[in-house]
Write a protein that binds this ligand. Structure first.
Ligand code: PLP
Length: 414
């Protein structure tokens, strides 16, 4: 291989993560306790794992799963369904459920995730966009340091109905939002518009910290089950958790008024959803081990990273600036090669629906597209930032990060 210099760097990178790794254990313990308590309180039993068919009236497995989710997330109620096809779908039905013609939607953390553009109507030309349905949209940009601009939010929050806060960085070189920052936004909004609903795009944020945005003033949380909270086992689905009145309205949009949430069967049963939720504190912790190690390694190799290995984290994403298209592609190829599934595939940039730039995605996941499993995504544009996330085990993440370094080391001796 090399003269031993690469191995020395990897070793040093790992050793200096010790404190950060230790802190993860405490968070995991707190979360595991909360999840376990919720399972016990709602008397989760073997019968809840079973599937149902047809309309799904009185599906006790489904209904109990929703109670457990609500409990874990500190919310009154939750809609948790395999029929919610993705995080974007969950965010969409939440927005459509809460907003009516004439209402105003404000994004408090700058431009929301790319796949929301066509829902809001800032891109595309769908007749079903919020804009075409008469919902207007405002956006409070983040400050240059990536923090929320509270003065600007306050200014724009007059007569808003829904305020959208994206907790995670998404595909952006900006810090994820801390829970106190979310509270600050919520309080500023309520000062001006006491009846506004605070909706948090919680994708990639669940279980990164011992608490959730609902403890900090959020009315509704939205996320995907093939990210953090599905624990790597949920095969599909999304959730919306929050105030009961909100969940009722959103349920009418999810199915249709009159039947709302009372319907929806799932023949395969709910075991993977329960078991995934039970494992999620551990799996998210493992993903964070990988992110922290990657940050430490690439920092030592002099690549800009965000966040730093020892910085507080509010999502599972690790951004690394690769600087060159070729290095970015090499990064993604090495991640793909180190995957348990589809290791022989070469990731290619493509125009993914809902995204404005070409995107390259490396993932060899058991659950298709699951980004709680180890994955790397990047829009193909300077400065060629790669977003690394997931990893069901820290050991797999470590092997993959080391495979990336080895490939870059050989190709350019950086
Ligand atoms: C992943 C993600 C979404 C969209 O979820 P999909 O399941 O990919 O549709 C929205 N917002 C954020 C912050 C995300 O990370």
């Amino acid at each position: 291989m090399s003269d031993g210099r690469m191995e020395a760097i990897l070793e040093q990178a790992f050793a200096r993560c010790a404190d950060a790794f230790l802190a993860l254990q405490q968070t995991e313990l707190d979360l595991q306790r909360r999840v376990l308590d919720a399972f016990r309180k709602h008397r989760v039993a073997t019968q809840h794992m079973a599937g149902t068919t047809g309309y799904g009236y009185d599906d006790i497995g489904r209904d109990t799963l929703e109670k457990v989710y609500a409990e874990v997330l500190g919310c009154e109620d939750a809609l948790v369904r395999p029929h919610i096809v993705s995080g974007t779908h969950a965010l969409g039905i939440c927005l459509y459920g809460l907003l009516s013609p004439g209402d105003v939607l404000l994004s408090a953390a700058g431009k929301p995730y790319d796949t929301l553009d066509e829902i809001i109507g800032t891109a595309g030309n769908s007749r079903q966009s919020l804009r075409r349905l008469g919902v207007s949209y405002r956006q409070a940009e983040l400050l240059p340091d990536g923090k929320p601009d509270i003065a600007e939010i306050r200014k724009q929050a007059t007569e808003v109905r829904v305020v959208l806060i994206q907790r995670s960085r998404g595909y952006n070189w900006r810090p994820s939002l801390s829970l106190p920052e979310i509270r600050q936004i919520a309080e500023a909004v309520r000062d001006v518009s006491p009846n506004a609903l605070i909706m948090v795009d919680n994708c990639y944020g669940e279980f990164v910290e011992a608490e959730e945005p609902s403890f900090y003033g959020a009315d509704v949380l939205v996320g995907s089950l093939i990210k953090n909270i599905g624990g790597g086992l949920a095969p599909t689905g999304g959730y919306i958790a929050g105030k009961k009145v909100c969940i009722e309205a959103i349920s009418d949009r999810w199915s249709t008024p009159g039947i709302g949430r009372e319907v929806g069967s799932y023949e395969q049963g709910y075991r993977l959803f329960y078991q995934g939720l039970f494992l999620a504190p551990h799996v998210v912790s493992q993903a964070l081990h990988t992110a922290i190690y990657a940050a430490s390694v690439f920092d030592l190799l002099k690549y800009p990273v965000s966040p730093a290995f020892d910085a507080p984290r509010h999502d599972i994403i690790q951004a690394i600036e690769m600087g060159e298209r070729e290095r970015l592609l090499a990064f993604c190829e090495a991640i793909q090669e180190t995957s348990p599934v589809d290791s022989f595939v070469t990731p290619e940039p493509w125009g993914m629906p809902g995204y404005q730039d070409q995107v390259v995605m490396a993932a060899g996941a058991f659950v298709g597209g699951a980004s709680i499993e180890l994955s790397a995504d990047a829009p193909i544009k300077p400065p060629f930032v790669v977003y690394l996330q997931g990893g069901l085990t820290g050991a797999h993440g470590r092997l993959a990060v080391e495979a990336v370094v080895e490939r870059l080391w050989i190709s350019n001796k950086k």
